[in-house]
Design a binder for this molecule. Structure first.
Ligand code: AMP
Ligand code: MG
Length: 320
C-alpha cells in the first residue's frame, strides 16, 4: 500500500455531482473531461431543448430525424437491450417517466387510466432505426426516448477512453452512480456500496476493482412517499409502475460502464434468483444485490473483491 496523494476535481453535470480523481495535479485535464461530459449531456438530455434526443422526440409520429454517430449508436444499443426477451429495460419509457415526475417537482401516483394510456406508446419496436441514413423515427405520436438509464454509462466509458488517449494510466471518474476506473493505484480502486435509505456516507461494504466499472442503481436514489409506500424511479415497462421485488439496490461490475448501466436495470427486473441464473451465462458481468431483508448476494467474485463493513447485513453468494 503506497499513499500517493490523490487530486480530486468536481463539477455538477447531468444533475449529479461528478468527481474526477487523478494522481497528479492537472486542472486543464479536469476541464477537458468536464467539457467532454457536457458535450454528451447536451446531445442526450430530454430535460430541456435543444438536444438531438429531444429533436427525435418532438418529431414522434411525424418524421425520422438524422442524428450524430454517438447518439445513433447509443440508441441502437439501448433498443437492442429493450427487445431482449423479458427485458425490463425500455428506452421508449419516456412518456411514463414524464408522467410520474419522480425526482422532479409535482411527483405523485398518476391515475391508472393515464398509466394505461401511456403504456401504449412505449413499445421499443416502434423506435425505427435506419443504419444507412443514420436516422431515428418514433412511429407513434407522443412517443419519447429516455436514455437516463444508460447515458452515464456511455459517457463514463468515453471519459475513460479519452483519459487513456491523453496518456493517463490511473484515474477514476464518478458520474453519480456510475464509476469507471483506470489502472491500479495501491493495487486497486476501492468503491463504496451504499447502505440503502441511510445517510449519504453510510456503506454496507466496499468493492475493490482494477480497470473496471461499478454501476449502482437503487430504489433509495430517487423516490417519493404516498399512501404509506415508497415510489421509486425504476419503472416496470410491463405495468407502468415502479419495479417491485425484494431488492433495494444492485451494483454491477463490468469492463464497460455501458454494460453495467444496462445490466443494473435488467437485474432489477429479474430479482435475485433469476438474476443469479442470468449471470451464470455472462462471465463478463458481476453483480452485488442488496435486499430489503438485509441480504447481500454476490454473483461471483471474478472481477472484484467485496469487503463487508456493516454486520447487520448477511453476505451470501449466488450458489447459496
Ligand atoms: P439508473 O439511474 O441508471 O437506474 O436509471 C434510472 C433512469 O432511467 C430513470 O430516472 C428514468 O429516466 C429511466 N428509466 C426508468 N425506468 C426505466 C426502464 N425500465 N428502462 C429504461 N430506463 C428507465
Ligand atoms: Mg442504469
Amino acid at each position: 500500500m503506497s499513499d500517493n496523494p490523490v487530486w480530486s476535481y468536481s463539477a455538477v453535470l447531468m444533475g449529479s455531482p461528478v468527481l474526477l480523481k487523478l494522481f497528479s495535479p492537472n486542472p486543464a485535464l479536469a476541464s477537458r473531461v468536464f467539457s467532454l461530459i457536457k458535450k454528451y449531456e447536451d446531445l442526450f438530455t430530454v430535460n430541456r431543448t435543444p438536444s438531438q434526443v429531444m429533436d427525435i422526440n418532438l418529431a414522434a409520429g411525424r418524421h425520422p430525424v438524422h442524428v450524430s454517430r454517438p447518439v445513433y449508436e447509443l440508441i441502437k444499443c439501448a433498443r437492442d437491450a429493450s427487445v431482449w426477451p423479458n427485458s425490463t429495460f425500455n428506452l421508449a419509457i419516456g412518456p411514463l417517466v414524464k408522467l410520474w415526475r419522480i425526482g422532479f417537482q409535482g411527483d405523485r401516483v398518476p391515475a391508472a387510466s393515464d398509466i394505461a394510456a401511456r403504456l401504449r406508446i412505449t413499445r421499443p419496436q416502434d423506435v425505427v432505426l435506419d443504419d444507412v441514413a443514420g436516422t431515428v423515427f418514433l412511429a407513434q405520436p407522443g412517443m419519447e426516448i429516455d436514455l437516463g438509464a444508460i447515458a452515464k454509462g456511455f459517457i463514463a466509458d468515453r471519459v475513460r477512453d479519452d483519459l487513456h488517449q491523453q496518456g493517463v494510466s490511473e484515474a477514476l471518474i464518478n458520474l453519480g452512480g456510475n464509476v469507471q476506473t483506470l489502472g491500479t493505484p495501491h493495487g486497486a480502486w476501492t468503491i463504496g456500496v451504499k447502505k440503502p435509505f441511510a445517510g449519504a456516507d453510510a456503506l454496507v461494504g466496499t468493492i475493490d476493482v482494477v480497470n473496471k466499472s461499478v454501476v449502482t442503481s437503487g430504489t433509495y436514489e430517487r423516490y417519493f412517499e404516498q399512501d404509506g409506500k415508497r415510489w421509486h424511479h425504476i419503472l416496470d415497462p410491463r405495468t407502468g409502475y415502479p419495479l417491485e421485488n425484494e431488492l433495494d439496490s444492485v451494483a454491477v461490475i463490468s469492463s464497460d460502464s455501458l454494460d453495467g448501466d444496462i445490466w443494473t436495470t435488467l437485474l432489477f427486473g429479474m430479482g435475485v434468483e433469476q438474476g443469479c441464473a442470468a449471470l451464470r451465462q455472462r462471465e463478463d458481468i458481476d453483480a452485488i444485490f442488496v435486499t430489503k431483508n438485509r441480504d447481500i448476494i454476490l454473483s461471483s467474485q471474478r472481477q472484484f473483491r467485496f469487503t463487508q463493513t456493516d454486520d447487520s447485513y448477511r453476505v451470501t453468494d449466488c450458489t447459496a
